[in-house]
Design a protein around this ligand. Structure first.
Ligand SMILES: [Zn+2]
Length: 185
């Protein structure tokens, strides 16, 4: 098996040596005052930033599978609270995307893959996790974005003065469609 990390580290040596980081030097404050939650989909690695004209240092970018807030006390919601109360974010954007892999996910698919690797039914059943919440996708991306926007807006500790927007980015063209305008709330 090719060791993927070693390949990255090899590149990294040259990157630092050539001072390629120079144009990206900035501080941790988000220059555009924005926090964006999006999906971990590989197509968005550059597309999400470049299609919006964002540069290094402009925004706080959170990502997980499906751009999801699983619960009021999960790490994503915690980061949104930290970003808006303590780290300079004045607006929040929930960014879904077309053709999301997580959207199609079903718990059975995950359990089958785990069992193939030797994880037993007994172990799975003994765990008190909310697997449906963790491993169930969604059928309509727009509904899912709206649901997550509402979760932030309605969080008991969220600063209600902060606009929360919902958008969907096209995973191929980068076209961003506004589906929930937080200024109108
Ligand atoms: Zn996705």
């Amino acid at each position: 098996m090719q060791k993927k990390l070693y390949k990255l580290l090899e590149f990294n040596k040259q990157f630092v040596q050539d001072e390629q980081y120079e144009p990206m030097i900035t501080d941790g404050h988000p220059n555009e005052g924005l926090l964006i939650l999006s999906c971990m989909d590989a197509r968005l690695v550059e597309l999400a930033h470049r299609s919006l004209g964002l540069k290094n240092g402009d925004v706080k970018f959170l990502k997980n599978a499906g751009a999801q807030i699983q619960s009021d006390d999960d790490s994503i919601m915690g980061s949104i609270l930290v970003g808006t109360y303590a780290l300079g974010c004045e607006e929040v954007v929930i960014m879904g995307h077309t053709d999301c892999g997580f959207g199609k996910l079903k718990p059975e698919v995950m359990f089958d893959a785990m069992k193939e690797k030797g994880i037993t039914d007994e172990l799975i059943q003994s765990l008190d996790y909310d697997f449906d919440n963790m491993f169930t996708g969604f059928s309509v991306t727009e509904d899912n974005v709206r649901k997550n926007v509402e979760k932030v807006r309605n969080h008991p500790l969220f600063n209600k003065e902060i606009p929360v927007h919902g958008v969907i980015i096209d995973s191929k063209t980068g076209e961003v469609t506004l589906i929930d305008d937080g200024y109108k709330q």
